[in-house]
Structure formats: C-alpha cells, structure tokens
Design a protein around this ligand. Structure first.
Ligand code: ATP
Ligand code: MG
Ligand code: FE
Length: 349
C-alpha cells in the first residue's frame, strides 16, 4: 500500500510517500526565513505558512513520486508533539484527504517519525536497538523494539535544554545566523575544538549515565563570549563554535555508546535535526567502530523535519494491521513518547 505522510509540527511542512519501507517521493517547505528576524519560530507565522504550503507540498510529493492522489491507500499525520496551531493545519489536511479518498488515517508521534526516517535509507530497524534522538526540542536515549507494536523505553532525557536548543541559543550569542545549529557546524570548520575547555555536563562517576543537561554549557559559552566583550577583545567565533560542538558531540556519543554497552544492544541509531551535525556523525562513527557497535544515521535531508519519516511510521502501522484513528482525532502538543502511534497494534496474547 502507498502511504502519504504529512508533517507540520514546527516550521517545516512536509509530505512524503512510502510503500513497503521504500521512499517513493517527498517534498518539504520551510517557513524558517520568516522566523529569522525574530530569532526563533513564531507559532502564528508557522501555522499560517502551513496553511499556504500544505496543498502545494502534497502535490509536489506526489509529483516527485510520479503518483496521483488516487494512488494513496492510507494517510499518516503528526498529531504531536509540536506547536498546536501548526499541528492542526497538518491534521486538518490529512483528515480531508483521508475522508475524500475513503482511506484510513493514522496519527503518528513526531519523534517516532524521526526514528523511522532511518529505515528509509537503511531498511528495517533491528529489534532491539538503541536510539539517540537529538533535535530542537528533545534529547533522549530510547530502547526501541517493534515501532508499530511495542512501547518505547526512555532510558534518559535532558533535564533542561535540548542539544539543538543549545546550538541555537549559543549561535545567537556568538552572532551567528539563524538557524544556529547548521551555522555553528559551518563556523566550527575553521576552529580548534580544543581552544575552549567547555564542561561535559553529567559525565561524572556519580551522574546519571543516561541523563543529559545542556543549560550549563549554554551559560558557559555565553560567559566566555561576555569575557571577550568586556575585555574589548574580538570573539574567536570559529574556536568557540568548534569547542561547543566538540563538547556536545562528546557528551552525546559517549553516553549513547555506553547505553549500548550497558544494555547489550549492538546497534545505535542517531536521529533528529542534530544528527545532521558533522562532528556528532564523525565522533559517533569512530566511537561505535571502537566499541564494535553498528551505527545508523539517516542521510542529512531525512534528519530534520520532513513528511517522509511520518509516512515511514504510517507504512509500518498499515502493514502491521493497526487500527486507524477516528476522523475527529485531535492534536496533542505535548504528547509523551510512549508508543510510535496514537493507536499502536495490539500484541496477540
Ligand atoms: P523536535 O523534533 O524535538 O520537535 P524540531 O522538530 O524543531 O524539534 P528538528 O527539525 O528535528 O527539530 O531539528 C532542528 C534542530 O536541529 C535545530 O535545533 C537545529 O539547529 C538543529 N540542527 C540542524 N542541523 C544541524 C547541524 N548541522 N548541527 C547542529 N545542529 C543542527
Ligand atoms: Mg525546523
Ligand atoms: Fe523534529
């Protein structure tokens, strides 16, 4: 069956088409530029941009796949978490398409979409696998079994800021353009990662091995910038960016590899927007190689928000025989990640 996935939880409007685990085509529109002068996503602007982008993006995804509306056998949509107004636009579009075509609708958790993105490039996930999800709003270590059926086990989360948030906020302090993550990544290329000894939060022997904290790192970076300003010295932005990126990549990969070892899991999957970071990818690879762990990271275009990843979850649900969502399903802006779907497939007793 051909599954259409729709994503609108933040500032990307995405649509993707997946059949039997294969990506047939997708399209993404972003309102990022409209938020740039505010330094962050403005919910009302994001929602309005989704209204304008929804239909063209679905059409573009169909064109990319060489398919027509009538070829769609099921629709999957992000019901949460995310910005309420933004989510509602995607959910309304998905309901309209499902209703008019007479096909089932499936509600999908945004973060499960990030996880499933990897399957479009590397095939089905091994069961179990360790997942490090690092995005603009989340930083978590998850033990994932069958995405369509099993509950997702949270080993640890961030106690404060997400890693992507740390990249974005420090970028602002460093005077780098929005969005901050990619800008830090670029600036870091010319810098020395050992220039500034930024802290490695929660890596001490008494700390929770699977919990994260990035607000202290953010403060340390801001203080370092402020010291230069007060001394009237130019800010060595490249060194600061490289050192910040090194600290974040070090903590993330160290804990993720330790979690694999601690749970006897042979595969680490790194997903979410921050999985696009060049140093996170490189350090995860070398540490996994050293530990004999298989590393899977989606290609860059599938790391940040997109509709293909939502279609990927929908495809798993449809093939597992999941019960569809009712057409009056509502959004859940703070949906906890307990299952990948609103209606997971019940395990036979
Ligand atoms: P969530 O998925 O938690 O709801 P989100 O959907 O806003 O949040 P994503 O689209 O998954 O987040 O990722 C966006 C985040 O990824 C931003 O914080 C952005 O700065 C970060 N990011 C993107 N590319 C890079 C990069 N190359 N290096 C570091 N961070 C990056
Ligand atoms: Mg975004
Ligand atoms: Fe996301």
């Amino acid at each position: 069956p051909v599954v259409l996935g729709i994503e609108s939880s933040c500032d990307e409007t995405g649509a993707g088409l997946v059949r039997d685990g294969r990506l047939l085509g997708h399209a993404v529109a972003s309102s990022m530029d409209e938020h740039a002068r505010f330094g962050g996503v403005v919910p009302e602007i994001a929602a309005r941009a989704h209204v304008h982008a929804a239909a063209p993006v679905v059409r573009a995804a169909l064109a990319d796949a060489g398919l027509a509306m009538g070829d769609i056998d099921a629709v999957a949509v992000t019901t949460g978490p995310g910005l309420s107004g933004a989510l509602q636009v995607g959910v309304a579009a998905a309901k309209g398409i499902a209703y008019s075509l007479g096909v089932p609708l499936h509600g999908v958790h945004h973060l499960a979409g990030h996880v499933a993105a990897d399957t479009l490039e590397h095939g089905p996930l091994p069961n179990p696998c360790m997942v490090l999800i690092v995005s603009g709003g989340h930083t978590s270590l998850l033990l994932v079994r069958d995405l369509a059926r099993d509950p997702i086990v949270h080993l640890g989360d961030t106690l404060d800021d997400a890693a992507g948030e740390c990249f974005d906020k420090v970028a602002r302090v460093f005077g780098l353009p929005y969005p901050g993550g990619p800008a830090v990544d670029r600036a870091a290329r010319e810098g020395d990662p050992r220039a500034v000894p930024f802290p490695r939060p929660l890596t001490g022997p008494r700390d929770d091995p699977y919990a994260f904290s990035f607000s202290g790192l953010k403060t340390a970076a801001a203080r370092w910038a402020e010291q230069h300003r007060q001394a009237g010295l130019p800010l060595p932005v490249a060194d600061g960016a490289a050192s910040l990126q090194e600290a974040i990549a070090d903590v993330l990969t160290r804990k993720a590899v330790a979690a694999c070892a601690g749970h006897g899991v042979g595969t680490l999957v790194v997903v979410g927007g921050v999985a696009a970071n060049s140093r996170v990818r490189a350090l995860a690879q070398s540490r996994c190689d050293a530990a004999g762990i298989e590393l899977r990271v989606p290609p860059l275009r599938l790391c940040t928000d997109n509709g293909a990843m939502i279609a990927a979850v929908g495809d798993l649900l449809v093939r597992a025989g999941a019960e569809p969502a009712p057409l009056d399903v509502s959004v859940d802006p703070s949906a906890p990640l307990t299952y990948a779907a609103l209606h997971p497939v019940a395990r036979p007793a």
